[in-house]
Design a protein around this ligand. Structure first.
Ligand SMILES: [Mn+2]
Length: 321
């Protein structure tokens, strides 16, 4: 579903004119971020472009099966820079935060249109869905490897086609990727349901601290928990998605401590409460049903502030209804 044919044609022309393309996504990439850059990269290589993918850090273990080893790349001379799944430029790897961004492709409603050409479709369930649409429109071939990566992006961002923003078009897009050689069961298992022993132990520590206050359910992952569990990633091992499946919660919150003075906070909403507003209150962003922010405070202070703001937001919201 093309939101803006003239922009997609301008993007196509910009890519056609470039020999080299650098693909960038947000720091601490999720499945949609990884799937979008790898899938788009594969397709553009097949189309004859020199492509490099720049990640800030080592990929989360569960996405490494896609075998993309390129990391921490500097921008290529004379090349163009395309960001995928990035709502704001300051969420890109350090080397790119001050660079001119040629093309910005994303599905976050909070996207700040920081690129020279911006293609933002907030109705798309995943950036990988948009990438698939664009490649199809441009008649650029999607190889089985590209199709797998893109399908992984759609599966992870929709938590297996379960989120509110999953549309008939999302399913058509997934079906098209399967026709191109993507393997549904394999992608589903590897990117969504498979779990390591370390991740399972981490869930154990975090779930042991699960709290319920009215319609809010929350828990904490501390640096200590990660150490005890032997979990080497800084991500939440997808615990956030589990929290959002708890029936009694209107809102679930995960406090993921990154260091003494930094906590990553994720909100999920099961109701009509828009948690992107809560995240942006703390300098973050996201979608109405799933949002996050990184807060530079101690775990205790973060928890106190976030719960306070979330509760009063819920209260105001209830009174409006
Ligand atoms: Mn996404």
């Amino acid at each position: 579903m093309n939101k803006n044919p003239s922009i997609s044609q301008s993007i196509r022309q910009r890519i056609d004119a470039a020999e080299m393309v650098t693909l960038v996504t947000h720091i601490r990439p999720d499945g949609d971020a990884v799937g979008s850059v790898i899938g788009f990269g594969e397709a553009l290589r097949g189309y004859g472009k020199t492509v490099q993918i720049a990640f800030e850090e080592t990929l989360p273990a569960r996405f490494r099966f896609l075998k993309e080893k390129e990391e921490k790349k500097k921008p290529l001379e004379n090349g163009i820079i395309i960001t995928l799944d990035c709502a704001e430029q300051n969420r890109t790897p350090k080397d790119y935060s001050g660079k001119k961004i040629d093309i910005n492709i994303d599905h976050h409603a909070t996207n700040t249109n920081f690129g020279d050409l911006n293609y933002v479709n907030a109705e798309a369930a995943a950036t990988a869905e948009i990438v698939t649409d664009l490649l199809t429109e441009w008649k650029i071939q999607i190889s089985p490897a590209a199709a797998n990566a893109l399908l992984m992006g759609i599966i992870t961002d929709t938590i297996g086609f379960r989120t509110q923003n999953t549309t008939a078009h999302t399913l058509h897009t997934a079906a098209r990727l399967i026709e191109k050689g993507a393997h549904l069961t394999d992608m589903y298992q590897r990117s969504l349901t498979d779990m390591t022993w370390e991740a399972s132990s981490l869930w154990g520590f975090a779930l042991n601290k699960l709290q319920k206050e009215g319609k809010i359910i929350y828990t904490v992952i501390t640096c200590e928990d990660r150490k005890k569990a032997g979990f080497t990633g800084r991500d939440d091992a997808d615990l956030t998605n589990f929290l959002s499946s708890i029936q009694e919660a209107d809102i679930s919150i995960l406090f993921n401590q990154q260091s003494e003075k930094s906590v990553k906070v994720s909100w999920r909403s099961r109701s009509t409460v828009n948690v992107a507003n809560l995240a942006s209150h703390f300098g973050g962003g996201g979608h109405p049903a799933a949002a996050g922010a990184e807060i530079e405070l101690s775990l205790q202070e973060t928890q106190q502030k976030v719960l306070e703001v979330t509760k009063s937001y819920l209260l105001k919201y209830d009174n409006q209804e």
